[in-house]
Design a protein around this ligand. Sequence first.
Ligand code: ATP
Ligand code: MG
Length: 686
Amino acid sequence: MSLAYLEKLNDRQRAAVEHGVGAAGLPGPLLIIAGAGSGKTNTLAHRVAHLIMNGADPRRILLMTFSRRAASEMGRRVERICRQVLGDKAAVMTDALAWAGTFHGIGARLLRIHADQIGLAEDFTIHDREDSADLINLVRHELGFSKTESRFPTKGTCLSIYSRVVNSETSIAEVLKAHYPWVAGWEEELKQLFAAYVEAKQVQNVLDYDDLLLYWAQMASEPDLAGEIAGRFDHVLVDEYQDTNRLQAAILVALKPGGHGLTVVGDDAQSIYSFRAATVRNILDFPAAFSPPAHVVTLDRNYRSTQPILAAANAVIGEARERFTKNLWSDRESEERPALVTVRDEADQARYIVGQVLENRERGIGLKQQAVLFRSSNHSSSLEVELTRSNIPFVKFGGLKFLDSAHVKDMLAVLRFAQNPRDRVAGFRLLQLLPGIGPQTAGRILDTIAADPEPLVALAEIPAPPKSGADWPGFLDLLLGLRKAGPGWPNEISAARTWYEPHLDRIHEDAETRKADLLQLEQIAAGYANRERFLTELTLDPPDATSDQAGVPLLDEDYLILSTIHSAKGQEWRSVFMLNVIDGCIPSDLGVGTTAEIEEERRLLYVGMTRARDSLTLVTPQRFFTYGQNAQGDRHVYASRTRFIPAAMLGLFEAKSWPIVPTTAGERSTRPIRVDVGARMRAMWK
Ligand code: ATP
Ligand code: MG
């Protein structure tokens, strides 16, 4: 068998791909740890392909990546590699790579399969962060905390604290001390709140994101069940391991106690999810977790970026306090240093970037090969306006998701409530769509039916609430229809839409645009095997507002990528722009400002810079508009370049200002423009 694909790898990558393959039994544990763009993900894909080529059963390979997008990309790569040897037969083999996904997605699937063994009803629904915050809010009200004390932490803060406690397996006191010092006085109340929240989830048969890991870890600690689950997989491979938390590490060890068949890949210098309790200790402690210890492969060559880009990125990360991976080298020569561009304000920043993006396009660099990255999702609003004005299509990752819009949430609430009528957040949302039903009536109805073993039957027996008269029978018909065999999947989503549209007309002024979204939702739904799979996958890893995954008619079009740095992980573009490379944005001033937090912001800048292949531009506006974050409220602040690029590093950049000739023309409003970009975008692509 010719293995041409191995020849494209360098010696170390090849050693990693071949580690333990062909020897008797499963290969010993393997760690690939190396800097950005050194081919870790590529090597992992080759290893999966190589395992398959050497007889591994793809149905027994568990492959976990950071996002669903990354998982499907990995599947495609594996197929491409296998195809080099097998031709068309390759597709058959890699189609069977069914266990590729995120930790949370895989967890949800396993839980569904083993639900009854751990006392979980099989029709559980999953709450996304917003639903979880809503449930915490309901519980908070019930306990009376929010009423008596207006300074009690917000629902979002409560959820973040809860999530940290669960994922880091530490006490509330420790989490408060380290990350939420201003909340320290509420420890007792939070304890009560979290206990009530956990109980509410159990009663309602709902799981939040953290539960997916928590329950999985729990299954892994039940000896019989652990063996059954572990017995499904010969090989377990994980990308971006630096961004996993302790629960995830525990799950891996439970799947592969001796480490045989286990491969993890990552870069400690790119660890950027500690706010979700990810810990870089996982990757650093991996080798010694096994006996004999894991085999470690390091890579030192970067294939992605030009030398000047890499030199600047190396310099930024070189100042990090703690670091395991070493600097990389690249042989991609270039005369072009990364640009460090000073502009007056965000409006100029937007204009500058639009100009450059268009210039790039003229030079043959398509929009899709360019990306604009930012620290925080709300940093791109001026740019979105400017892009829309210039008719440049774009897709935004990591920002407001398609599923966050009220009408899409309403539709999903219909399906969720039909699936699990004890899901109180879904029920609340749905009931209040009916005229005449407010929170109190909704709460009473949900209380009544929750006590019944057949909640939907109980619902049908409730007298129609006053004022909802004409709408009530239709509502019951819909739900009972969905509960029974009904119209089937995916037809039931059109049944739900038909029921919902009159309500939409009543509630929203821009009903037509929203209806188009619902049609799109229907198209997306058609791609899933059944309701439960659709709800799970969408909740765990929602499609972006207009991404090609969402099935919008953008597939063949060229569009610019806008992304938070967090969501840009693992990806690369020929040309990368970074917005607001100023102190206060990166490092962000929203944290407590501990050394650990600042260090994480440095790694974030490193992650952003290392996404660029040929050209990198960092933009620093001299003035920046803050929204109510300061005691003074909304105001312009004078900004300075990020502290991660001190004067001594400037030689690595090409510093310029824009516009080159300062204009004095006319008065300009200093307030950034705020418009509903979403609506304009949607209209533009129709
Ligand atoms: P990150 O840390 O950002 O996730 P990574 O280490 O996973 O990066 P990859 O994305 O796998 O790196 O690879 C970066 C780029 O280098 C890709 O374009 C890939 O195709 C290319 N590459 C990797 N290895 C080689 C090689 N041996 N020869 C040529 N190109 C390579
Ligand atoms: Mg990668």
